[in-house]
Design a protein around this ligand. Structure first.
Ligand SMILES: *[C@@H]1O[C@H](CO)[C@@H](O)[C@H](O)[C@H]1NC(C)=O
Ligand SMILES: *[C@@H]1O[C@H](CO)[C@@H](O)[C@H](O)[C@H]1NC(C)=O
Length: 257
């Protein structure tokens, strides 16, 4: 039987590393009015240090030395055009999309332009909801210089028409913030597009984003775990239980070899 104390530090490390992602509860967090902090009122040492970091310079150098056909700032402009003027291929019949585009979200993948366009036309939530998206944070990935990221905060009021048997009663869904990515081919077509939620404790859709937010948010989740809020797996709970048990056990002294 292996000596538990050998594995304990490792287990604890794992526990700490994964601690941040264990919550599965849902809470609506409304924006708050914040008083601005002045540079002198807090952390004065930090505030007064010069804000030039090698990490920033490294990222900047990578971006500047990128040999991708489209320069970073132009790529952001292009991504905004694709997002706002074509709604990612919807309004231009997919002209801005590569034929072999992949839609890649956390748990959904769609291959090819035809299937992608079919899916977004079928899942047209704006015909059921008043969707209000706040989009921000456009930037190019220094390591993947053909990729643009951007964030969104989205709310959706169910006001238009019945949604899978749910009458429109003005329920407001608050989605978690999401991080989008758009990869481009050298000739400026969208090669990959998708998004992930980045804070599943925010909002009232169980931490779910994209289409699942609407289904779950209105009480019509699709019948599989991916359309439910995150919850620890059975194996994970056993694992955590063992850790708690090992912590509760009195420490054994090391055996003489
Ligand atoms: C989605 O529905 C809205 C409102 O009914 C409509 O204006 C829009 O053209 C539709 N979009 C697609 C891609 O079908
Ligand atoms: C859209 O959301 C923003 C940010 O929450 C809010 O200020 C604005 O009033 C909303 N607009 C509509 C039409 O609901």
């Amino acid at each position: 039987m292996p000596n538990l104390s050998v594995f304990l530090p490792l287990l604890l490390l794992l526990l700490v590393a994964t601690f941040a992602v264990t919550s599965a509860f849902v809470a609506v967090q409304l924006p708050q009015q914040h008083q601005r902090t002045t540079a002198t009122s807090t952390c004065s040492t930090l505030w007064s240090s010069s804000a030039v970091y090698p990490q920033d310079e490294k990222a900047q150098t990578l971006l500047e030395s990128s040999d991708f056909a489209i320069a970073p700032n132009d790529l952001i402009d292009l991504a905004k055009k694709v997002q706002y003027e074509t709604q990612v291929g919807i309004l231009d019949g997919g002209e801005c999309l590569a034929d072999d585009i992949t839609f890649r979200a956390a748990v959904v993948e769609i291959e090819g332009k035809e299937l992608y366009l079919q899916a977004v036309k079928t899942l047209n939530f704006t015909s059921f909801f008043d969707v209000n998206a706040t989009v921000f944070g456009w930037h190019v990935d220094p390591v993947l210089p053909n990729r643009v990221y951007y964030n969104s905060h989205t709310t959706a009021v169910h006001s238009q028409k019945p949604f899978f048997g749910v009458q429109p009663k003005g329920k407001e869904l608050v989605l978690p913030p999401q991080l989008y990515h758009m990869d481009f081919t050298p000739d400026g077509k969208v090669q990959e597009f998708g998004f992930y939620t980045v804070d599943r404790n925010y909002g009232n859709t169980g931490g779910l984003g994209g289409a699942y937010a609407y289904f779950y948010g209105l009480g019509r989740p699709l019948p599989y775990p991916e359309c439910q809020p995150y919850r620890k797996s059975f194996r994970r709970r056993i694992f955590d239980g063992l850790i708690r048990l090992s912590q509760a056990l009195p420490k054994r002294t090391k055996k003489e070899e």
